[in-house]
Design a protein around this ligand. Structure first.
Ligand SMILES: CCCCC/C=C\C/C=C\C/C=C\C=C\C(=O)SCCNC(=O)CCNC(=O)[C@H](O)C(C)(C)COP(=O)(O)OP(=O)(O)OC[C@H]1O[C@@H](n2cnc3c(N)ncnc32)[C@H](O)[C@@H]1OP(=O)(O)O
Ligand SMILES: Cc1cc2nc3c(=O)[nH]c(=O)nc-3n(C[C@H](O)[C@H](O)[C@H](O)COP(=O)(O)OP(=O)(O)OC[C@H]3O[C@@H](n4cnc5c(N)ncnc54)[C@H](O)[C@@H]3O)c2cc1C
Length: 642
């Protein structure tokens, strides 16, 4: 099963080997539990481990393999980020995709050797979503052949970029490029921020940390202002766009090609989200099979809380989602790598499809991951609320994904633009022009679902039902939009008035893709036992998801009330079938105790003793009487007694 999750037996084996090596290297372990550290201590601890990793990485992993690097990071540095998180996640990908060969030769080896630390600085205090209204300017000075970076007002301060505040000394900065008074829109520039020897900010740069956040507090998300700060013309990233010495602008082959670093993260973050969901579920499911509370049959002893159907209903559909996201994420990464290769050789025709797909997936996956992790926390009762469970940290990190790389509603609306264009093709009789991901929009469906009518139909009838609801909602939302425009409404106003319906279509389309990716994967599996276990999970997934969106299928009679009862019964049937495999389905992800960082989710199940040990190690317990008591509470009580 681990081979299915991680992509191959070799990958699963390598993960195990890497975890085993890390287990033997105490210098790479947290020196004390992260929740007991201050933010400064955590950053220091992370930097300490990071430098050891830079030295010893080659002994543990193949540093050129992103999957091994990701695993090493998760084990050693953890989810809360690290002082170089953005260096790998966005700085290097931005340089790789947007810098010319000559620029790459100059900067990439230095970045890869970690001679310099970089980040991606795009979002500002006043604007994050609407890139057209970013306010930082890069004005070309023809006389000196330099760009002058400037922050005209406080809202133009860069705000949020990870590791910008304290750790990075370089950044890819996105600024509006102005040449001879003409604004060419946002473009990426390579900018040195700090002196390489002293790490002091360079003159003309104002920089710092934006303060503590809901989670991710090891990352020094930062602010950055420029006061007429000059960089050479050749620091504009010039793989796709060029500016010649005389100010001549050569436009890129696709208007949005400079957005590729964002698409990179949107594609790769899906499996990251799946891992976080599976981690929280691993903790909750293990704990639920240790925790005994109450009886189902009063004549019997107390049961493990995992025996309760409500507990299974709370956890198991999310287990199915974690697998579904992992499989959909793996497919998306493959597609991304393919499109990137094509883009590098000048073919930009697949960018729109990839943008639409990753926009929808990013939104649905992060939202449902957040939901699943929060349910996992509640499933652990009181102990879930303790930082000893570590679930709250996983939650805080995971839901950051609903916001970064494009706020979820906004990204769903990006997918909706693609769906509406596709609907227009269907309406004008041009279904043959639909791309493969939306081809179903042009296919006539049966009048009613055959879900419970065709025995042994595999998952075909389910897929058809998902296709039907997605198609219907897409065409309905598109009709609403076209209808408003026909009535004379301006395009943008009509769009806004339909945007809730449009986003519903985007969610349904994305959920269909996730179901299809799961079905594709299960169909590929040769090992009978693995196939059986995953088929059970897929049954739970399709029935649970369908129940969740049933109103769309009920409103036009595609599903009947009796079919809904059938689907509900299937959910209960598969909850019971999955119960014996539940812990194994999560243990198959092979998270080590070091990686999980959870007292509650320990592999050995020795929860209570370790919770007590954890509580005793709280800094508050170093002394029996705190100074808050001697200074304030004790005098107060004494005064009251007089
Ligand atoms: C390697 C491992 C990675 C693991 C990762 C795990 C964890 C990550 C950890 C921590 C977080 C780290 C980093 C976070 C970083 C950031 O958040 S960086 C900042 C991200 N910011 C955003 O995402 C901003 C969101 N806004 C946008 O993307 C754009 O403004 C928006 C697309 C909303 C609109 O752009 P705009 O230029 O204004 O668009 P127009 O209205 O002019 O045009 C829309 C048309 O353009 C098409 N389009 C837009 N984007 C793309 C694209 N990327 N590719 C292809 N096409 C694109 C769009 O489809 C429209 O086309 P039509 O007009 O409909 O044909
Ligand atoms: C943990 C974290 C890490 C980050 N790291 C980085 C980084 O490394 N580099 C970087 O540059 N940035 C980074 N960011 C910033 C992040 O990319 C932005 O916050 C994000 O893109 C959302 O933009 P915003 O803050 O402007 O939200 P807003 O756009 O102000 O969103 C507020 C509300 O307005 C709604 N809204 C906005 N526009 C529309 C619209 N057109 N239609 C409908 N609704 C709309 C949204 O849906 C939302 O409900 C990070 C953010 C976080 C939380």
């Amino acid at each position: 099963m681990a081979a299915q999750i991680w992509g191959s037996e070799k990958r699963a084996r390598r993960r195990r080997e890497i975890s085993a090596k890390i287990a033997q290297m105490p210098e790479l372990h947290d020196s004390k539990p992260l929740p007991f550290m201050t933010r400064e201590e955590k950053i220091m601890e992370s930097a300490r481990k990071l430098t050891i990793l830079t030295e010893k990485m080659g002994q543990i992993i193949d540093p050129t393999d992103p999957a091994e690097l990701y695993h090493l990071n998760n084990e050693v540095l953890g989810l809360e980020g690290n002082p170089m998180a953005l260096h790998g996640v966005m700085f290097i990908p931005a340089l790789s995709a947007q810098a010319s060969d000559e620029q790459q030769a100059k900067w990439l080896p230095r970045a890869l050797r970690r001679e310099i630390i970089g980040t991606y600085a795009q979002t500002e205090l006043g604007h994050g979503t609407n890139l057209q209204n970013l306010e930082t300017t890069a004005t070309y000075d023809l006389a000196t052949q330099e760009f002058v970076l400037h922050t005209p007002q406080i809202t133009a301060l860069k705000w949020w970029p990870g590791n910008l505040g304290k750790s990075s000394n370089y950044a890819v900065v996105v600024a509006h490029m102005i040449i001879k008074a003409k604004n060419y829109g946002p473009h990426p520039f390579m900018v040195q921020l700090r002196d390489e020897k002293t790490h002091e900010p360079l003159p003309g740069i104002t920089i710092g940390d934006i303060g503590p956040k809901m989670a991710y507090n090891i990352v020094d998300n930062g602010f950055l202002g420029f006061n007429k700060y000059r960089i050479p013309r050749t620091n504009l990233l010039m793989r796709h766009t060029k500016v010649e010495a005389d100010g001549t602008y050569i436009k890129p082959p696709h208007a949005k090609i400079n957005y590729s670093a964002m698409v990179h993260v949107r594609a790769y973050m899906l499996t990251g989200q799946a891992i976080m969901l599976a981690s929280a579920l691993n903790i909750a499911t293990r704990y639920s099979s240790v925790r005994r509370q109450g009886q189902i049959d009063k004549s019997q002893p107390e049961v493990k809380v995992l025996e309760y159907q409500t507990q299974q209903h709370r956890l198991f559909p999310s287990i199915a989602r974690a697998y579904a996201f992992q499989f959909a994420g793996a497919e998306t990464v493959k597609l991304y790598e393919h499109v990137l290769k094509e883009m590098k050789s000048g073919n930009v025709s697949l960018m729109a499809d990839l943008h639409a797909l990753t926009s929808g997936l990013k939104s649905v996956v992060t939202y449902q991951t957040g939901e699943g992790i929060e349910q996992a926390r509640m499933a652990c009762g009181g102990h879930g609320y303790s930082m000893a469970s570590y679930i709250s940290e996983i939650y805080g990190v995971a839901i950051g994904g609903c916001t970064y790389e494009g706020e979820n509603m906004v990204m769903l609306l990006q997918l909706a633009r693609y769906l509406v264009k596709s609907a227009a093709l269907v309406k004008s009789g041009q279904s043959s022009k639909l791309g493969p991901l939306v081809a179903y929009l042009g296919v006539k469906s049966e009048p009613t679902s055959l879900i419970d009518r065709i025995p042994n139909s595999g998952f075909t009838e389910y897929v058809k039902t998902f296709q039907h609801v997605s198609k219907r909602q897409t065409l309905k939302a598109a009709d609403m939009f076209f209808g408003l425009m026909e009535k004379g409404e301006k395009r943008e106003i009509a769009w806004n008035k339909c945007s809730v319906e449009l986003n519903r279509a985007s969610r349904l389309h994305t959920r269909l893709f996730i179901v299809e990716a799961f079905v594709r994967r299960v169909n590929e599996i040769a090992d009978i036992r693995i196939k059986e276990a995953l088929t059970d999970l897929l049954h739970l997934h399709v029935n649970y998801e369908l129940l969740d969106i049933a109103s769309y299928a009920l409103e036009d009679g595609f599903l009947s009330a009796s079919q809904l009862d059938y689907i509900r019964d299937q959910v209960y049937l598969y909850l019971g079938k999955i119960r014996p495999n539940a812990v194994s389905l999560l243990d198959s992800w092979e998270f080590s105790d070091i990686e999980l960082r959870s007292v509650l989710g320990r592999r050995d199940g020795n929860v209570y003793e370790n919770l007590f040990k954890w509580a005793k190690s709280s800094p508050l317990n170093k002394t029996d009487v705190l100074s808050s008591v001697t200074q304030y509470l004790k005098p107060m009580m004494e005064k009251a007694r007089l």
